[in-house]
Design a protein. Structure first.
Length: 248
């Protein structure tokens, strides 16, 4: 069976989200990609309120790109992170186990990649918090990934009857935008702070590509997206639309 991937890429937040949605709508086996953002940006979860726990006025005043994902979860400040998306057939990825089983299978592949990097990452068992935190990295859910007790990979899903999309962020470096400006508090749980080592994000993506190719038994083929295609352009424009961003 064929699986598909897109090479590591650097786009603006609207194009990145459009690439993931395009794959979710057009690929019915497996697809994954790793990517970064051309400038610091923010994505918020599909059901998240755009102005609760987030300083939306500051974001607009500083001309920081922001959009709403089609996956759930909470806000992510994309700066210094390595982002990924994964589209999969639900039946192949533990259809009986549901959403958590899919999280677990993908996280276990990431754990193997972190092992090759010499990073002792662990699967989280989740935690309960009484107060709402808008920042994805302010709390841990079951089968997310932590290092020294601190969450370093946050992920969220959307799914249809047959296909799911999982998007996630790996906190590698310190953000160039202070997190307290966005969330009112700072989180320093990135890999470089926790290990005291410096990592090249692009090189890290290459290692994860290698691990995913090895661990998933597919005939892998690179896919190209036609960015001039009218349907693709419509998806990009949706993510720029203020009504989409402020739908909640």
């Amino acid at each position: 069976m064929k699986g598909y991937y897109l090479d590591y890429s650097v786009f603006d937040v609207y194009t990145n989200m459009a690439c993931d949605e395009w794959a979710y709508k057009n690929i019915d086996t497996v697809f994954f990609r790793f990517y970064s953002f051309s400038k610091p940006s923010i994505t918020i979860g599909y059901n998240q309120r755009y102005n609760v726990g987030i300083d939306y006025d500051y974001i607009k005043r500083e001309s920081i790109d922001i959009t709403r994902r089609i996956t759930g979860g909470r806000a992510v400040l994309h700066s210094g992170d390595l982002t990924y998306s994964f589209v999969g057939n639900i039946e192949f990825f533990g259809g009986n186990g549901g959403l958590l089983e899919r999280y677990k299978k993908i996280s276990e592949i990431f754990i193997k990649g972190f092992e090759e990097l010499g990073i002792n990452a662990k699967l989280s068992q989740g935690e309960k918090r009484d107060n709402f935190i808008a920042n994805c990295f302010g709390s841990q859910s079951v089968y997310e990934i932590s290092l020294n007790g601190e969450k370093i990979v946050g992920s969220a899903q959307t799914f249809s009857e047959k296909i799911f999309l999982q998007q996630g962020s790996i906190l590698v470096k310190e953000s160039v935008i202070p997190q307290e400006k966005i969330y009112g508090e700072n989180f320093s749980n990135n890999i470089e702070n926790l290990t005291g080592l410096i990592y090249n994000i692009k090189d890290m993506s290459f290692l994860f590509y290698k691990v995913f190719f090895r661990e998933l038994d597919f005939e892998w083929e690179r896919v190209d997206i036609d960015f001039e295609d009218l349907e693709f352009k419509k998806i990009v424009e949706k993510y720029k639309d203020e009504e989409w961003i402020k739908r909640r």
